[in-house]
Ligand binder design. Structure first.
Ligand code: 13P
Ligand code: MG
Ligand code: MG
Length: 368
């Protein structure tokens, strides 16, 4: 079944790191390009771009099958499996890391481990999209920038001066612990929205919609690996698709939140707070203390479903200051060593290896 609109599917997984968790071996990218190239030849995909953020393999695909399509999800899964085999052949680190369980009997990848962000859209004249991808951090890391892009007039001038944006947006928020969703309207509900999204470990912005025209504006991956696996298997390293220009934030308004390195959970062993560093793809190699966490942004123009691009949007000296500040903040936090608030609070450490060490010391505790 094909649809009228163009669907963008960004599906990602860590299937093996090189070296350790710091980056990706070229052979994995080559294998993924071959798999998706074959699907393009067969007519399943219109176009694709394979890239990485740190050790995460990112499949950016355009097609006409709509969101949550079993053939597209099956293609992503088999691509990750092929790449896992390549990773195993090279004995790369933690091969197949995010492939936790086989896709659902229906063939969808949700709940299997990989992160998924998909949107179907009717292409506008000059359809501009940005794909955000992160490494060494959790799903929920996009809460703060999405709020700024779509609800903060100090970030987005268009909210004040552009007629298409002035009405505001709808935010769909998911509670990933209780499996519930709620929709907030902005600007009316911003205090209520912030009440929840200020706790990004549990309440995640899944999607944003324009009030005018009721169109999809942004969508993010909300898969929490630790909740899926019930243990620590690496961080979620989420992705997000954002439409830009006209009734959506301008490209510069989408990128502006990253000019200030806000704190996210992740970094070493997924157990520390660290500043998010906006970088070019080639610099998405988190090495110092397995970090600091990274974000990359690839821009495309969509043309009849073809992905014209990418442009590597953070490959720009205007983000030098953010990178510099990021290193300063990382220095400051690192001096806390194993102390909170650099290390995550105990509640958040539940899925790490810390409880195993605590368990071994149980017998040494005496009543006061
Ligand atoms: P990834 O989630 O990127 O694999 O990182 C895991 C980790 O533990 C880094 O120290
Ligand atoms: Mg890894
Ligand atoms: Mg990763």
């Amino acid at each position: 079944m094909t649809t009228e609109g163009t669907t963008l599917s960004v599906i990602k997984a860590d299937v093996g790191g090189f070296v350790g968790h710091s980056s990706m071996h070229e052979a994995l990218l080559e294998e993924a390009k071959e798999c998706l190239g074959d699907a393009e030849q067969r007519g399943l995909l219109i176009d694709f771009h394979v890239t990485r953020c740190g050790d995460d393999l990112e499949l950016i695909m355009s097609h006409r099958r709509g969101v949550a399509n079993t053939e597209i999800h099956g293609l992503a899964w088999s691509t990750f499996e092929e790449c896992t085999a390549v990773a195993e052949g090279l004995n790369l680190y933690s091969s197949g890391q995010d492939l936790i369980r086989a896709p659902s009997p229906g063939g969808l990848i949700r709940g299997a481990g990989p992160g998924v962000a998909e949107m179907e859209l009717v292409e506008r004249k000059g359809e501009t999209v940005i794909v955000l991808m992160a490494d060494k951090t959790s799903a929920g890391a996009w809460n703060l920038p999405l709020y700024k892009m779509f609800a903060d007039p100090f970030n987005t001038a268009g909210l004040v001066i552009a007629p298409g944006m002035h009405e505001g947006f709808w935010f769909e928020v998911h509670d990933v612990k209780e499996h519930k969703k709620i929709v907030f309207e902005t600007p009316e509900d911003i205090y209520d929205l912030l009440l929840f999204i200020g706790a990004p470990g549990r309440y995640l912005i899944k999607a944003v919609y324009c009030k005018v025209g009721k169109e999809i504006a942004a969508v993010s991956s909300t898969e929490r690996l630790s909740l899926i696996a019930g243990r620590n298997v690496g961080k979620d390293d989420p992705v997000c698709i954002v439409r830009c220009q006209e009734q959506f934030p301008a490209v510069g308004e989408v990128l502006e939140p990253f000019s200030w390195p806000y704190l996210v959970q992740g970094f070493m062993r997924g157990s520390h707070w660290g500043p998010l560093m906006p970088v070019a793809v080639r610099e998405s190699n988190p090495t110092r203390f397995d970090g600091p966490p990274r974000a990359v942004a690839l821009g495309f123009q969509l043309s009849n479903g073809r992905l014209i691009g990418p442009r590597d949007m953070f490959d720009d000296p205007s983000f030098d200051e953010a990178r510099h500040m990021c290193n300063t903040v990382a220095d400051y936090l690192r001096r806390h060593g194993p102390f909170e608030p650099h290390r995550l609070p105990l509640g958040e450490m539940e899925y790490t290896t810390l409880p195993l060490v605590m368990e071994g010391l149980k017998g040494r505790w005496e009543d006061l």
